[in-house]
Design a protein around this ligand. Structure first.
Ligand code: UDX
Ligand code: ADP
Length: 458
């Protein structure tokens, strides 16, 4: 295969959709088709109301859609026509059987492998885009190469490192592209075919080639290291509160050491998102399956600190609101797991809301993008909660505001107006350290940041 003419991506989610839109926009000579079993999702990709909110995504989709980018539910035809198939289906944490709550649920993944096998009539390169346990490619290869038609499938791992909210920037100007394949002539040729696609717009020196298992493991390791930095600074935030140190000052001081670096050191109510917890638990499960219990314990503590940080946040609220929030209106500012996304998967706000509901607080949730997801996340308990798009109305009559997401709009509210509408004494618990704490204190709020001394009148 010298020239790629047709790419198929199976799975039109957060990863598959934007990644394929970028490839199509940058490579007009390649026809890119994205398929999904979810008809509503494909209809949305074909409409003006895309199924995910991502700054800049509309523009990229509009450049290529209908030209060389197509969204469809016809997986069979897609497989038949493709030279290269990216597999970007969901790999959630297993909820049943062996490894429940930890291991990756590979049922969608395996189904996809079988579909590829059933509908292929010529050799193909299959690219793992979904995050997978190390050595999953081996299972994929075994299924695909069990064919009796003499077809050859070369499996390549090309993990995606994009973060939500900055997906388009991350795709357009990535730190690196990682492509893992077998160290055989066919494996190297497959790796090169994928590298050539990215080289259309990514400098060659940023395209890293490695063996298959290294690429698979690097994805899990990158997410584990990122999450570990947050748990590390969050653990120090508790010590700062006990010692009158300021966690932002500590983070700045250590971050100027070029060996440590300044990014991903923002203390918070806890990390969320679809990847960090899932990938660490997956790593922990893999370590245990190889008998590496000390390594598993080490990484598991990153998740334990994150759970503790969320619980600690609610403890701080209780301890400072006279040990009871029962019957008190509490406004959660933000529900998304971070700003600029409507995604709430594993958001710290879910745990905080549930714990406050258990304390019989009257929880009001406001968020510019995530209210539908919030309703869904709280399930049965949603009936006990108020959902209010307007932050002023959410805070009206509240005893406390708790900032869960660093949406910039929360920085520019008229807090004198907010305070005047609240019960007194009024509390702000800033789980993101984004508000002007001194100013809030001066106008009359009792302010409780993360990892800093509180500013209180009572
Ligand atoms: C992450 C990885 O960054 C990305 O490379 C990978 O492909 C997918 O997982 P994402 O989940 O979109 O991306 O979000 P990210 O920006 O990494 O933030 C994760 C969580 O950590 C958020 O809840 C965020 O608020 C929190 N966070 C991040 C902090 O609490 N402090 C920080 O300093 C940075
Ligand atoms: P990610 O964040 O990894 O992109 P998502 O859950 O956002 O994960 O998207 C995965 C997508 O894969 C979903 O839209 C789901 O419907 C789709 N999917 C799962 N299995 C298949 C399959 N066999 N064929 C086509 N699409 C699939």
């Amino acid at each position: 295969m010298t020239q790629t003419s047709h790419i198929l991506c199976i799975g039109a989610g957060y990863v598959g959709g934007p990644t394929m839109a970028m490839i199509a926009a940058k490579c007009p000579h390649i026809r890119v088709t994205v398929v999904d079993i979810n008809e509503a999702r494909i209809a949305a990709w074909n409409s003006d109301d895309l199924p995910i909110y991502e700054p800049g995504l509309d523009t990229v989709v509009k450049i290529a859609r209908g030209r060389n980018l197509f969204f469809s539910t016809d997986t069979e035809a897609g497989i038949r026509d493709a030279d290269i198939i990216f597999v970007s289906v969901n790999t959630p944490t297993k909820t049943f059987g062996q490894g429940a709550g930890r291991a990756a649920d590979l049922q969608y993944w395996e189904k996809t492998a079988r579909q590829i096998l059933a509908h292929s009539t010529r050799n193909k390169i299959v690219v793992e885009k979904s995050t997978l346990p190390v050595r999953t490619a081996q299972a994929m290869e075994r299924i695909l190469n069990s064919n009796t038609a003499g077809l050859r499938f070369d499996v390549v791992s090309n993990p995606e490192f994009l973060a939500e909210g900055t997906a388009i920037k991350d795709l357009e100007d990535p730190d690196r592209i990682l492509i893992g394949g077998h160290e055989t002539p066919d494996g190297r040729a497959a790796r090169k075919a994928i590298a050539d696609i990215y080289a259309t717009w990514v400098p060659r020196e940023r395209i890293i080639e490695s063996n298959l298992w290294s690429a698979e493991l690097s994805k899990l390791t990158a997410n584990a290291f990122l999450a570990q930095r947050i748990s590390s600074i969050n653990s120090i935030s508790a010590l700062c509160e006990a010692t009158e140190a300021d966690v932002d000052e500590v983070a700045y001081a250590i971050g100027t050491d070029s060996r440590i670096g300044a990014r991903f050191l923002k203390a918070s109510v806890g990390f969320g998102g679809s990847c960090f917890k899932k990938d660490i638990l997956n790593l922990v499960y893999i370590c245990r399956s190889y008998g590496l219990n000390e390594v598993a314990d080490y990484w598991e503590s990153v998740v334990a600190i994150n759970d503790w940080q969320q619980a600690r946040f609610v403890q701080t609220m209780l301890a400072n609101m006279f040990n009871t929030v029962a019957g008190k209106r509490i406004a959660l500012f933000g529900f998304a797991f971070k700003a600029d996304t409507g995604d709430t998967r594993e958001s710290a706000a879910i745990a905080v809301a549930r714990q406050l509901i258990a304390e019989r607080a009257h929880v009001v949730i406001t968020d510019p993008k995530a209210l539908d997801n919030a309703r869904h996340d709280l399930g049965d308990q949603a009936a006990l909660v108020e959902f209010e798009p307007d932050p002023y109305r959410a805070a009206h009559g509240a005893h406390a505001i708790a900032v869960m997401t660093e949406w910039s709009l929360y920085r520019s509210l008229d807090y004198a107006r907010v305070l005047a509408s609240m019960e007194q004494p009024a509390f702000v618990f800033d789980g993101r350290n984004v508000l002007d704490h001194r100013r809030l204190f001066e106008i009359g709020f009792n302010v409780f940041p993360v990892g800093k001394s509180p500013l209180r009148h009572v």
